[in-house]
Design a protein around this ligand. Structure first.
Ligand code: GUN
Length: 282
């Protein structure tokens, strides 16, 4: 079994990005990411801190807006509008989930799609679905693609099963893999016989938020497993895969933590720098 070491790969990516930031700064461009968190969800707060810290490591400026849980939708839209028109801001990220009184679709659509480093704006979703060039691709699915490519895992014709159909991971993941000529199945909470899918899969990507969902008897020998889950169980971070037992059958597997998580952040920084480079073209 070979470990898909997302931490190591993300460190390599971040080291390269540091150099790119130096070049941009020599051209008087300081890449800048604005991150907005509404409310005090502790997991979201941790993610936002990690994103800001990673920016700092690479020389990217980060602006973190921690808004009260009672912030109105209009107040949030007003902040996004200000950032949309601020030429010193290259990326805008609204941490999800948002409180229930705020309509996330309206919020995501209000972000200037040229600063949508999360790749969640319908314009960027359309670019991905039409397999066009340009635009921003969502960070977690693109991070997974980079891990698979880095370890030389063949995608063309591969039988890939994705568990979870979220807009953040499952759906864009399926599209990226389809664009890479994989044969993709998306399973979800209404899938009748999950094992029937996973048993035949060459590659399984689990993004369900459910500890121990993927078990040893559900996979074939030599399977490639990517665990996108981040769950806190008894104070410990675990993924969605019964790692101890599934890893005995897998040819490649991501650890949690240290697999997909750090790659998500590395891609976010990459997207921010890509946006900053667009300032030169203007
Ligand atoms: N919540 C969970 N994952 C993400 C992500 O990739 N981006 C944002 N904005 N919120 C998230």
């Amino acid at each position: 079994m070979i470990l898909l070491d997302g931490k190591k790969l993300s460190d390599e990516i971040k080291n390269n990005l540091k150099q790119e930031v130096l070049v941009l700064k020599s051209q008087s461009i300081e890449p800048c990411l604005a991150v907005i968190l509404v409310g005090e969800d502790s997991a979201s707060s941790t993610y936002v801190n990690s994103k800001a810290r990673a920016c700092e490591q690479c020389g990217i400026k980060s602006l973190v807006y921690r808004l009260d849980v009672n912030t109105t939708q209009n107040e949030l839209l007003a902040l996004i509008n200000t950032l949309n028109y601020d030429d010193s801001v290259d990326g805008i990220l609204v941490q999800l989930p948002l409180p229930l009184h705020i309509n996330k679709d309206i919020v995501l659509e209000s972000i200037n799609f040229n600063k949508d480093v999360d790749g969640f704006h319908p314009f960027n979703v359309g670019i991905l679905n039409l397999n066009l060039k340009g635009g921003f691709l969502p960070c977690t699915p693109l991070g997974v693609m980079k891990i698979l490519n880095h370890y030389g895992i063949a995608l063309q014709g591969a039988n890939v099963v994705i568990i979870g159909a979220s807009n953040i991971v499952g759906r864009p993941m399926a599209t990226l893999l389809l664009n890479a000529n994989a044969s993709v199945s998306i399973c979800h909470i209404y899938t009748r016989d999950l094992k029937a899918y996973t048993k035949n899969a060459d590659i399984i990507i689990v993004a369900a938020g459910c500890p121990n969902l993927l078990k040893e008897d559900m996979v074939k020998d030599g399977v490639v497993v990517v665990d996108v889950g981040i769950n806190r169980v008894d104070g410990k971070i675990v993924g969605d895969v019964d790692y101890e037992n599934v890893s005995k059958k897998a040819s490649f597997i991501t650890p949690v933590p240290g697999g997909v998580g750090p790659m998500t952040i590395a891609v976010l920084l990459e997207n921010t720098i890509k946006s900053a480079k667009n300032r030169i073209k203007k």
